[in-house]
Design a protein around this ligand. Structure first.
Ligand SMILES: Cc1cc2nc3c(=O)[nH]c(=O)nc-3n(C[C@H](O)[C@H](O)[C@H](O)COP(=O)(O)OP(=O)(O)OC[C@H]3O[C@@H](n4cnc5c(N)ncnc54)[C@H](O)[C@@H]3O)c2cc1C
Length: 423
């Protein structure tokens, strides 16, 4: 085969990780097909935070201006005690983060962030070949009869063949299983309520108005539970994630409907502001999710099949880094595949894993450590933790400096970062 600079990549899964990979690869001139099980590309109704390590990758894809139209800028990160709401620690975000890390800490509605990535993948004016998208295409088989042209097969009989297959199909990855990677799935024993609370109700109530007056993210710490909330979509919603011990059914069902009353009752003995704000959610905007993770394992590549995002390093969301790490995967993968011709693909994939697996594994471990760190009962250990949070720029034992600096990129996008912020 001729040593063309462009070859074909099949990305299974059109979530935030898959689309970020598709766009990054497109911009390196590769021909990409996204194969997605859902009838249409999309994301769930919930918020997401991107720390500077992820914002930097998104800016590198030329998305800054479009993201500015949909993001919220939190000014502070506030940590509160469950019983009385007293502030344990507060660190400034906003402009301080931009100055320190060259990229911002932003909040979004997931659908908005996903939409920006999707539009850029499909933009006929964008650099590189337009990404092809196949929806309603659930991958159920992998054909490696020709190891250098792996193909995925879908439930409705379609076949998508490429020079590389990327499994970006999430925590329950089919590609992972079909390619024979180890089973690393672990249930944490916890579950997350997710809720979107109407911003106008939060603004109207004098007890919760402070959440709208100055955007910030809040982490509440209590025995066996914690809660995170922040505003998204220009104040349209307060996004809430509340982690509590699992019920008897969630490990099997993975997700269940829930009500605002049930969520508020979980925090009935917390500072009044917590149940007050939670009770404002509409039942249709409350849901319950099992908290699974993947055990750290640096094997992400087998021949021409590679994994990305939750498929290889699903982590507990206790550092808000799962999607952000997937975006770092995408940037590094594209750097490596973008500089080789077909005969260099195998080595490029190994370099991708070499540059990413240890880094993402450390974030996985740190997120897991936060499970006990966040949920300490009141007592000496909790007081020691709070003291640490007061003086340490990070959580657990991973510093924000390391986390937010991200994996070193060989081709960082200095243009879009510096144009905006250095003026
Ligand atoms: C409560 C909570 C809060 C979080 N908050 C944050 C945060 O603030 N910041 C952050 O960075 N991360 C956060 N995360 C983590 C983040 O949501 C995930 O890490 C991220 O969405 C993973 O992206 P992905 O593309 O790897 O997988 P997914 O988003 O799961 O996408 C996988 C895609 O593959 C498709 N698919 C699955 N199987 C198949 C198949 N067989 N064939 C074809 N397609 C298939 C799915 O339909 C889906 O579209 C949070 C997670 C949780 C649970």
């Amino acid at each position: 085969m001729a040593a063309s600079q462009s070859f074909e990549v099949v990305v299974v899964g059109g979530g935030l990780g898959g689309l970020c990979a598709a766009l990054s690869l497109r911009q390196r001139g590769l021909r990409v097909t996204v194969v997605e099980a859902a009838p249409q590309l999309g994301e769930i109704g919930a918020g997401i935070q991107t720390a500077p390590n992820a914002s930097r990758v998104l800016f590198g894809l030329g998305l800054r201006t479009r993201l500015e139209q949909v993001r919220c800028v939190p000014q502070d990160q506030v940590r509160r005690r469950w019983a009385d709401g007293s502030i344990i620690a507060q660190i400034p975000l906003g402009q301080r983060i931009v100055e320190q890390y060259g990229a911002p800490y932003w909040h979004y509605h997931r659908a908005d962030l996903h939409g920006v990535l999707m539009d850029a993948c499909l933009d006929p004016e964008g650099p590189g070949p337009i990404v092809r998208v196949a929806t309603d295409a659930r991958v159920i088989d992998l054909d490696r009869t020709q190891p250098e042209r792996p193909a995925v097969l879908t439930a409705d009989g379609r076949r998508f063949e490429g020079d590389v297959v990327i499994g970006a199909d999430g925590i329950r990855s089919a590609v992972r299983d079909l390619a024979g990677f180890d089973d690393t799935l672990v249930f944490s024993g916890e579950m997350a309520y997710r809720a979107l609370i109407p911003g106008d109700l939060v603004a109207q109530d004098p007890a919760t108005r402070f959440l709208v007056d100055r955007y910030h993210s809040t982490i509440w710490y209590g025995p066996d539970k914690h809660l995170v909330h922040y505003m998204i979509r220009g104040g349209q919603h307060l996004n809430v994630v509340a982690i509590v011990p699992a019920n008897d059914t969630i490990a099997r069902s993975w997700s269940e409907p829930a009500t605002a009353a049930e969520l508020a009752a979980q925090f009935g003995d917390w500072d009044d502001r917590v149940p007050t704000v939670l009770a404002k959610a509409k039942d249709e905007d409350v849901s319950l999710w099992a908290m699974y993770r993947r055990r750290r394992n640096p094997v992400w590549v087998d021949g021409r099949v590679a994994l990305l995002g939750d498929a290889c390093h699903a982590m507990l969301p206790y550092q808000a880094q799962g999607a952000s790490q997937a975006m770092e995967d995408a940037a590094v993968l594209a750097e490596e595949l973008g500089r080789v011709t077909r005969d260099g693909i195998d080595a490029a994939l190994v370099r991708y894993v070499d540059r990413r697996a240890k880094h993402a594994g450390m974030v996985q471990d740190a997120s897991l450590r936060n499970m006990s760190f966040y949920h300490l009962p009141d007592g000496p250990e909790q007081r020691e933790r709070d003291e640490k949070l007061r003086r340490f720029d990070g959580e657990s034992d991973v510093s924000y400096h390391w986390l937010w600096s991200g994996s070193p990129l060989t081709d960082p996008d200095t243009e879009s970062v510096h144009y905006q912020f250095a003026r």
